[in-house]
Design a protein around this ligand. Structure first.
Ligand code: HEC
Length: 138
């Protein structure tokens, strides 16, 4: 009698084990956070990689959204342009030269510094995409 009861309990345990749902795939918190941020601000993955670079090196003059309203903008003549109103932002080659060689290299004021020795070519690529994304925002 006792043995029969043991067999029933054992069978029940096996059935429970067999019916368990497969565990969900492991969470990827960093990837999820990146994707969420991308969706939130409407950026592609490559554009979103330019965002922290811009925040670090450019926003103090250009403003977080590239509107020319950074905390240092009022000290500058000419002031940093509003990217959304700019006519040059669609020209990636021009934007690259401003970033790498500085605005003076394009016959403008020396106020946008040359970053060619500070930033890697990869960072510059991401920055161009991000600046162009800002310029397209309303
Ligand atoms: C010290 C302030 C300052 C910093 C820092 C700065 N800029 Fe500028 N930037 C300016 C000013 C001022 C101008 C306008 C220069 C002129 O017209 O003579 C400008 C112009 C530009 C332009 C040309 C836009 C147009 O419509 O003509 C681009 C592109 C640009 N900056 C990108 C950047 C990026 C990217 C960074 C960061 C890597 C950066 N700048 C950092 C002040 C700054």
């Amino acid at each position: 009698m006792r043995n029969a009861r043991r067999v029933v309990v054992l069978l029940a345990l096996c059935a429970v084990a067999a019916c368990r749902r497969p565990s969900p795939p492991a969470a990827e918190p960093v990837i999820d956070a990146l994707k969420a941020e991308e969706r939130e601000v409407g950026l592609t993955y490559a554009e979103s990689l330019g965002r922290p670079v811009f925040a670090h090196y450019c926003a103090t003059c250009h403003g977080d959204a590239g509107k020319g309203d950074g905390q240092n903008a009022s000290n500058l003549t000419p002031p940093p342009p509003d990217f959304t109103a700019s006519k040059v932002m669609a020209d990636a080659g021009y934007v690259r030269r401003v970033i790498v060689e500085g605005s003076a290299a394009l016959g403008r004021s020396p106020l946008s510094p040359p970053w060619g020795r500070t930033l890697t070519p990869q960072q510059v690529d991401y920055l161009i995409l991000y600046c162009q994304a800002l310029a397209k925002k309303k």
